[in-house]
Design a protein around this ligand. Structure first.
Ligand code: PEP
Ligand code: MG
Length: 754
């Protein structure tokens, strides 16, 4: 009677035996046969078989100890067929005392498996995908112990890597085995930043290829794992305390992290794997693979979300193990970055000269990651469901942000087509470049001033390229978001000065810190809020923390060095806030003058109109301001009560709709009546069709992401504003939820290049 459990302590030696058997060389099949024999012996099993997934999804018996040898490479099961199919489907082990009793059991006479009852099968997982199944069987009916299941899973993980590394299967056979998704796939998502790109996939959260699967010294490895886990736990605890953090994650997410990080089950699985001879990195991969395979199938969005939390936690743990806190990696040329989501600062860590595109599983058009992508002119498609499971590092990938699609491993004809479209775009860009110095007048002679949104040094070169007439919105918080610690006075003043120098005579509108909402700083303590978008953010924070705001104003005044200065306050929801903000500016100017420093030669202080309350109090606001700018991103989110960062609702409402356009019309009229300069600086100003509607409503200053300037200028040059005005105003009183189609039809009549 075989004794079970012998293998537990022998796991390392088993893995070592396998290594040695492989080192002996010989044909692949012989080595594979040897491996199953060693496993059978070590697990005290009468049968050990390995099934691999063929490209079509069929499972084929690749090697066996104990079953009929003639069945090898002959026995094949259709996808989902038999116990092996069941394991592939579930992605987790099946442990049965009496296999033939199971409803999924499929009898294959050629294998001679009649006498065997006890059955344990585990998937060979790579990156959360099952690529094969490893089975042990015994005659006697019994359930395998938890330790045995764990042992077999570890062996399966090692085998999966060996198979993938070509150590166990001939090259020819390997071609027929589906190790990674290889079929071309087309995923439909949403367009976040316009453009096209073709390149190779780079995973933002890369799976660690455990080249070193087996540890040399279990005790040392355990200590290393424990140290990394404690480091991770301490870091997350600290982040929760609001002392120091890494990401823009909300309190709830962090709290879930903390729960997982301290979860005994998770820690134990990792420790077991290390005790059994894996390196700490390989242990993380093993546990991750299992979670992915299990939770990845869950339909329940809550469970899937938990999987994401776990994934992040695994990535963090790997970073702790490697001792490298950085997110970004070296990029190959023509890199397409693949991520679940990105914090606004993450993207900036990558080498922009090599980054061609960005694909996200989540996100929304108005999220700051998308805004940064647009600012950097990196084509980006988001909300690609299941993306990360479908793409492997190094896969060729197309980002089609014109249609909001991604092509994974595209067929040659698709590549040819995309290349042709890229050429057309390049030609159009060249045309836009030719327009660079042409002032933007409509056909009927109305001047439209096109400005650029910016927030970082990198934007300054682009100012020249686009031919924008100035910077209509400089998001000063970006400097804060990309920094590891709070930028001090000198750093702030230096950036503002560089911006003003680069802009020369062109005006720059500096917006004071717009933090809070989805822009959370790791080093700035922030309380947990149920509704951050409606919470303590922007000017509210500035007025409550006047020291922070005053320091920034002081830096702006110092940087101006007596030149004209334009300052704008974000999210003014009440005229008193603007009054208070303006008073601080004056206090700071007086402060500078008392010290003999020059005051700006001209000072313009403006407010952003992005809280709906202001639309009905413009009569009070406008006389106190020198200018206003409409932040349509926020105005939309507040008017439609739809969180701009929540993919489910963010793009549900159309700015080209009667209620929104009427609000815009009201703002424009109030400004025209009082002679207050007004611009629009939300993302819609950079989209030709939306910009067309704005011009029709009478807006004459538009500030937009750099890539919008060319197309919008082309629109302006070919547009008849008076005809556009008549057409659009007729649509404002309609009863439709969206008038996009009607505006498009109108635009086509009035100008051609929509
Ligand atoms: C806006 O809300 O439209 C805006 C321009 O500001 P931000 O996107 O930075 O909130
Ligand atoms: Mg805003």
């Amino acid at each position: 009677m075989p004794v079970s459990g012998v293998a537990i302590r022998g796991q390392r030696s088993l893995l070592r035996q396998i290594r040695e058997a492989l080192a002996g060389g010989g044909p692949a099949q012989t080595r594979l046969d040897m491996v199953v024999r060693i496993i059978a012996r070590s697990m005290v099993a009468e049968v050990c078989s390995l099934y691999m997934r063929r490209a079509g999804g069929e499972m084929e018996l690749f090697a066996t100890e104990g079953l009929e040898l003639k069945a090898v490479h002959v026995t094949r099961m259709k996808p989902g067929e038999g116990l092996v199919g069941e394991i592939m489907k579930l992605g987790r082990p099946l442990n049965l005392a009496d296999a033939p009793e199971h409803p999924a059991f499929s009898y294959r006479p050629e294998t001679g498996e009649d006498p065997y009852h006890a059955f344990l099968g585990v998937p060979l997982l790579r990156g959360g995908r099952a690529i094969g199944v490893l089975v042990v069987q015994n005659r006697t009916e019994r359930v395998y112990t938890e330790d045995e299941v764990e042992d077999l899973q570890i062996i399966a993980m090692v085998l999966a890597e060996m198979v993938a590394g070509g150590e166990l299967i001939t090259e020819d056979e390997l071609k027929g085995v589906e190790l990674a998704p290889h079929r071309p796939e087309r995923l439909k998502g949403s367009k976040f930043a316009d453009g096209l790109a073709y390149g190779v996939a780079v995973l933002h959260e890369p799976p660690v290829a455990p080249s070193q699967l087996l540890s040399e010294d279990v005790v040392a490895e355990e200590a290393r794992l424990k140290a990394a886990i404690s480091g991770l736990q301490a870091q997350i605890d600290q982040m929760l305390e609001g002392q120091h953090g890494l990401v823009e994650a909300s309190y709830e997410v962090l709290d879930t992290y903390r729960m997982f990080a301290h979860d005994r089950g998770w820690n134990r699985s990792l420790e077991d794997a290390v005790r059994n001879g894996l390196t700490a990195e390989a242990a993380v991969e093993r546990v991750r693979s299992e979670h992915r395979a299990r939770l990845g199938q869950a339909r329940d969005p809550y469970l899937r979300e938990r999987l994401h939390d776990l994934e992040d936690l695994n990535d963090r743990l790997l970073r702790h193990l490697s001792g490298d806190g950085h997110v970004a990696r070296e990029l190959p040329n023509d890199a397409i970055l693949i991520a679940r989501n990105l914090g606004p600062a993450d993207l900036l860590e990558y080498d922009r000269t090599k980054l061609r595109g960005l694909l996200l599983e989540e996100g929304s058009t108005a999220s700051h990651a998308a805004i940064v992508a647009r600012a950097l002119d990196i084509p980006c498609v988001g909300r690609l469901h299941g993306l990360r499971d479908k793409v492997s590092e190094g896969d060729p990938v197309i980002v089609d942000a014109e249609t909001g699609e991604a092509y994974l491993r595209p067929r040659p004809d698709v590549v040819t087509a995309i290349r042709a479209r890229m050429d057309v775009r390049a030609q159009r860009r060249a045309e836009f470049a030719k327009l660079r110095d042409t002032p933007a007048f409509t056909r009927d002679g109305a001047k439209v001033t096109l400005l650029m949104n910016a927030g970082l040094d990198v934007d300054l070169d682009i100012l020249e390229e686009t031919g924008a007439e100035g910077i209509g919105l400089f998001r000063t918080e970006f400097q804060f978001m990309v920094a590891e610690e709070m930028p001090r006075f000198n750093a702030q003043a230096a950036l503002y000065e560089r911006v003003m120098d680069a802009a020369g005579d062109r005006p720059v509108t500096f917006r004071t810190l717009d933090l809070g909402g989805d822009k959370v700083l790791p080093y700035l303590e922030a309380e947990r809020e149920d509704n951050p978008a409606l919470g303590w953010r922007a000017i509210r924070m500035g007025l409550d923390r006047p020291a922070l705001l005053r320091l920034q104003l002081r830096a702006l005044i110092a940087a101006a060095k007596g030149r004209p200065l334009r300052i704008m306050f974000p999210l003014v929801a009440n005229v008193d806030e603007f009054r208070a903000g303006r008073a601080l500016v004056e206090t700071e100017i007086a402060w500078a003058q008392r010290r003999g420093r020059p005051a700006p030669s001209r000072l313009d202080v403006g407010a952003m109109v992005e809280a709906p309350s202001m639309v009905w109090h413009l009569d009070a606001l406008l006389p106190m301001t020198d200018f206003v700018s409409v932040g349509t991103n926020d105005l939309l989110q507040y008017m439609f009560a739809a969180d701009r960062g929540n993919p489910r609702v963010a793009d549900r409402y159309d700015p080209l709709s009667p209620p929104f356009l009427r609000a815009m019309e009201q703002i424009q009229r109030a400004c025209a009546e009082t002679g207050t300069p007004v611009s629009v600086c939300g993302e819609m100003a950079g989209r030709p069709l939306e910009a067309f509607a704005l011009v029709a409503l009478g807006f004459e200053r538009l500030s937009m992401p750099p890539a919008g300037v060319g197309p919008v200028k082309q629109m302006v040059l070919s547009c008849d504003r008076e005809a556009a005005r008549r057409g659009v105003s007729a649509l404002l009183r309609g009863s439709a939820g969206s008038v996009r189609n009607e505006i498009e039809t109108l635009a086509r009549k009035i100008y051609l290049a929509v």
